[in-house]
Design a protein around this ligand. Structure first.
Ligand SMILES: NC(=O)c1ccc[n+]([C@@H]2O[C@H](COP(=O)([O-])OP(=O)(O)OC[C@H]3O[C@@H](n4cnc5c(N)ncnc54)[C@H](OP(=O)(O)O)[C@@H]3O)[C@@H](O)[C@H]2O)c1
Length: 297
């Protein structure tokens, strides 16, 4: 099972949880030191549950905010791991200001939407080799708000957390289109919401990232995400672990589940196929068209 951003926060706890269940886990991230530390923690979590074979835990360094980074990651995974049962697109960005990447996509949009879209397509050969491959994409931000496609990639006037939230709505729309592309294959794609956790991402939020009216609430937010030694991140990993492994989800695709692993409703704008097409058009217009290969598998 492959967990992007499995080197810290929710992703690390997801990877540890999967390894405890006996899965061989690959984690990715940009920082090799964090990556190797994560492999040690994942391996010892597995060994403690009597799965020493999961010393197969591995780290692959990759920056997925660029198309070249995603392509290099996919090439290495395919070369070293011909079968991937589960891809958890967990890595995420919440930029502190509007930041276009070298490819021309804003950082949150590139990391939270373009990367999982292209990585999922590139890893199809490995997911097809699984009995029933699963793709789990993470939601976030203000659930239930409208997706504003006109603001994606162009609107530097949005507060950074609005931009992040909008990118996560776009990730939901992308996942629904992903599920549609995979219809007729044995591969499923679902969205999970982890719930709020104290992680590097939430701890790096500044008052300037919030809407003006929310800024007086910032001290409360800081208290909510104060370092708790990974407790909330472990709790927030439950929905990803469940979606990756629970037999109840066999054959279930294009659905959204909340932090309690219960089915939830997405905003109608996210459900709109025209909006989904606009998101994919924007991503592919900049990163190039993802190749899905033969339909069946
Ligand atoms: N924490 C929350 O309250 C919360 C709530 C809802 C949703 N989420 C979602 O949960 C997911 C995990 O977030 P988290 O809170 O656990 O954050 P985190 O602790 O900051 O972890 C993010 C992970 O993604 C990796 N990453 C970030 N940018 C990357 C890039 N460009 N290329 C490759 N890897 C990258 C990081 O590793 P490196 O820095 O080493 O690259 C790290 O492993 C995200 O999708 C986030 O949007 C979080």
């Amino acid at each position: 099972m492959l967990v992007t951003g499995g080197t810290s926060g929710i992703g690390l706890h997801t990877a540890m949880g999967l390894a405890r269940l006996g899965a061989a886990v690959i984690v990715t991230g940009r920082d090799p030191e964090r990556g190797h530390q994560a492999v040690r923690e994942i391996s010892s979590a597995a060994a403690a549950e009597g799965h020493p074979g999961v010393a197969q835990a591995a780290f692959i360094a990759a920056d997925i905010s660029t198309r070249a980074g995603v392509a290099a990651l996919a090439a290495q995974v395919l070369a070293e791991h011909p079968r991937v049962d589960v891809l958890v697109n967990n890595a995420g960005a919440a930029a502190q200001s509007f930041r276009p990447t070298a490819d021309g996509l804003e950082l949150d949009l590139a990391t939270n939407v373009a990367a999982p879209w292209h990585l999922s397509a590139a890893l199809l050969p490995a997911l097809r080799s699984a009995e029933a491959g699963r793709i789990v994409n993470l939601s976030g931000g203000s659930e239930g708000t409208a997706l504003d496609t006109a603001a994606l990639n162009v609107d530097a006037s949005l507060r950074p957390l609005q931009m992040y939230s909008n990118s996560k709505r776009a990730a939901e729309a992308m996942t629904l289109e992903l599920a549609r592309r995979l219809a007729g294959t044995r591969i499923t794609a679902v969205i999970v919401y982890p719930g709020q956790a104290s992680t590097r991402m939430t701890q790096s939020v500044t008052p300037e990232m919030l809407d003006g009216w929310m800024r007086p609430l910032f001290p409360l937010f800081r208290r909510l995400v104060a370092d708790d030694g990974g407790k909330s991140a472990a709790k927030a990993s439950r929905s990803s672990i469940w979606a990756a492994t629970d037999p109840a989800l066999d054959g279930v695709t294009g659905r959204y589940f909340n932090a309690k692993c219960r089915p939830g409703r997405l905003h109608p704008s996210v459900e709109d196929p025209a909006v989904q097409a606009a998101v994919i058009g924007l991503v592919e217009g900049t990163w190039g068209v993802a190749s899905w290969g033969p339909a069946a598998g």
